[in-house]
Design a protein around this ligand. Sequence first.
Ligand code: PLP
Length: 388
Amino acid sequence: MIRYNTQFIDNKDIKQVIKSLKSDLITTGQYVKEFELDLKKKFNSKHCVVLSSGTAALHLSGIALGWNKYSHVITSPITFAATANSALYLNSKLHLVDINLKDYTIDLNCLEKKLKKIRSRSSKNITVIGVDYAGHPCDWESMSFLSKKYKTFLMNDNCHAIGAKFKGNIGYAAKYSDIATQSYHPVKNITTGEGGSVLTNNHELYNKIKNLRSHGIYKNKFTKKKGIHFYDITELGYNFRLSDINCALGISQLKKLDFFISKRNQIASYYLKSFSNLENIFLPQMSNSNNISHAYHLFPVRINFKKLNYSRSDLFRLFNKNNIFPQVHYIPIYMLSLYKNKFRGFSKKLPNSYEFYNNQLSLPLYVNLSFKKLDLISKLVKFFLARE
Ligand SMILES: *Cc1c(COP(=O)(O)O)cnc(C)c1O
């Protein structure tokens, strides 16, 4: 079975996990600390908190940034639901801004228009969440410029782009945003089974998120006055911890990240070359001005189904018959029933994301995808496009 994405686990990963199982603490132990340290080093971030999922990372980031019912959260609709859900957890007002049709990240002109409008109406807490769709970073320099100009917080939903580079820098996520969130779900570029993290250079945000991870429990010099045993809780927290077993896998996976990214780029190059002269298929493009390295979490293609006699479902059926399972990334947030009432008419208001949704699918891309399988996938795509 060929899925759109899957994990790569080797013997070193397995050995490391077994080692963690034999250690004294299997949660809140040394592997958690070590994984956080490794992540900080790899992504050049002052602080890191590992969490039970990327969703937990978004949720706690929202709390740390003070989101409440008066806050505004802006993101693009072509993302996993978790990005938008994080605003709803805290009853904040969600705004959806269209994507650009070049790299499918948030459209900067539309974003500025939206910021102008919200800023003029209120002096409120505004957060922009940029999603590095498919592994292609947003234009973070411009994002940072806009966030300063309109006095907003800036978050990077970095879940797709683990290992990507912006201006040649693998540590761009924490550099340009107030908080970056990552996910280590098995389809992401490295995995811990389930898991996630926040990366930030802001000490105060770090402290808040670290406490919220474990019920809001903290100890400091004031609690010590009430006895060595004493801890306090001032803010309602959660259990969003990640176990040492997961972190052991993460430590071992992170060592392979560069290899994973180069493999993913090889596969992407194969597709790009194989489809380069075909009509009715649009391939992912790289914004060339920012010295970007693509992390290729996904290989999104757009097919001009309107010009063909067959639909996307026909293409899916053809793939499925051959035991290949592509996916659509994503159904725009405003089309989901949970959001429909808040975003009536948005398929017309955000035409790029609607057009994108109607034509998009993600071709399989994972480290262990053999050239034989790649050849089969690309033959099926060519067959489909040429079908009378
Ligand atoms: C995977 C993903 C998440 C959520 O991560 P989980 O670890 O599955 O909770 C959030 N945002 C984006 C863009 C993602 O791809």
